[in-house]
Ligand binder design. Structure first.
Ligand SMILES: [Mn+2]
Length: 294
C-alpha cells in the first residue's frame, strides 16, 4: 500500500506582508568541505536578507550530505548555518526541518540545540485557505524499489546502534564517501541539459505520479485537492500544473540551481537566488514546457 500516512499540521498564522520560504537539498559536505563552505555563505546571505519578512522557513530535507548524532558527538563543519538556524528560532521564526535520505539520523540534537521543528514524514498544511502537501520526496510514488529496500536498513534501530558503536573516524568517513557517490549520480542525471534544467518526462517522474495519486486519493476521500504538492530530493526545479488541478513543485537544490519557494498572498512561486550580487529578490524560475501525458 502506498504511503498514505499523513500528519495533520498546525496551521501557521501568516500576518499581512509575511512570507513563508521553502528550500531544500543543500547537501553541505558534498562534493567537499571547501565548496560547501562557499555555498554555506550564500545560504547565510539568503537567510539574512529574508528573515525580516519571514513568518516561517521550511527546509525540505538533505540540508547536510551526511548527518549522524552519537551520544557525545556530531559531524564536524557547518556550524555557521547551525548557528543561523538557532538564531532564527531564537527570534521566534519557526524553522521546520524535514529529514531527507542523507540526514535522517538525528536523535534530538537539532531540536534541542537549534530549536527546529523536526518532521520525519509527509506534512499537510493549510495556509491562507490553500492546501499544501510537503515532503522530502524520497521513496514516494512507484519505482525506486532498490532505494525503498535500502531505506528499511537506514531506518532500522538495530543498524543505527551497530553504526554508532564504530569509531566515528571510520563510520563517518565511510558514510560520507558513499553519501557523496549517491548524490553525485543523481546530480549528473538532473543536469544533463546544457542550461542546467532537465525537462522531465511525467511518465518517468515518480514524484509527478505520486502527485496524481494524492489528488485522486483526496477526491475519493471527499477532501479538497491540494493546491501545491512540494518536494525536494530530485535536484530538479519544477513548477508544473497537474491535470486534475493543483501544482507539483520541486524546490531544486542549493548546489547547482539555488532555487527556493516563496509562499505569499496564497501563491507559491519558485524563484532562483542570485549567487553573486546581494539582492532581496530572487528571479522567477523559467522552466521549459512539459508535455502532459494524455
Ligand atoms: Mn534526497
Amino acid at each position: 500500500m502506498e504511503d498514505l500516512r499523513h500528519v495533520m499540521a498546525i496551521t501557521p498564522l501568516t500576518s499581512e506582508g509575511s512570507v513563508i520560504y521553502l528550500l531544500s537539498d543543500f547537501h553541505l559536505g558534498s562534493p567537499n568541505v571547501k565548496a560547501s563552505h562557499d555555498r554555506e555563505q550564500i545560504l547565510l546571505r539568503f537567510f539574512e536578507e529574508t528573515a525580516d519578512r519571514a513568518s516561517a522557513y521550511y527546509l525540505l530535507g538533505d540540508v547536510f550530505d551526511f548527518w549522524f548524532e552519537l551520544k557525545h558527538a556530531i559531524p564536524k563543519h557547518f556550524v555557521r548555518l547551525q548557528g543561523c538556524l538557532a538564531r532564527l528560532s531564537d527570534r521566534g521564526i519557526p524553522v521546520h526541518y524535514f529529514t531527507g535520505n542523507h540526514d535522517l539520523w538525528t536523535f534530538g540534537y537539532l531540536e534541542s540545540e537549534l530549536g527546529v521543528i523536526l518532521h520525519r514524514d509527509t506534512l499537510e498544511v493549510e495556509w491562507e485557505g490553500r492546501h499544501l502537501l510537503l515532503a522530502h520526496g524520497d521513496g514516494k510514488g512507484p519505482g525506486d524499489h532498490g532505494y525503498k529496500r535500502l531505506r528499511r536498513i537506514f531506518n532500522s534501530s538495530w543498524c543505527q546502534r551497530m553504526f554508532a558503536w564504530l569509531h566515528p573516524d571510520l563510520s563517518f568517513g565511510l558514510a560520507q564517501h558513499f553519501s557523496r557517490g549517491s548524490r553525485l549520480a543523481q546530480i549528473s542525471n538532473a543536469t544533463a541539459n546544457p542550461e542546467g534544467i532537465t525537462p522531465f518526462d511525467p511518465n518517468q517522474e515518480w514524484l509527478y505520479q505520486y502527485c496524481l495519486r494524492q489528488q485522486t486519493r483526496r477526491q475519493l476521500c471527499g477532501l479538497p485537492r491540494f493546491d501545491y504538492l512540494v518536494f525536494g530530493h530530485r535536484h530538479l526545479p519544477v513548477h508544473c500544473p497537474l491535470p486534475q488541478g493543483g501544482i507539483y513543485v520541486n524546490l531544486g537544490d542549493w548546489i547547482t540551481h539555488f532555487t527556493y519557494g516563496r509562499f505569499e498572498n496564497g501563491q507559491l512561486e519558485l524563484l532562483s537566488y542570485p549567487q553573486n550580487e546581494p539582492t532581496g529578490h530572487g528571479r522567477r524560475f523559467q522552466q521549459t514546457p512539459i508535455d502532459h501525458p494524455s
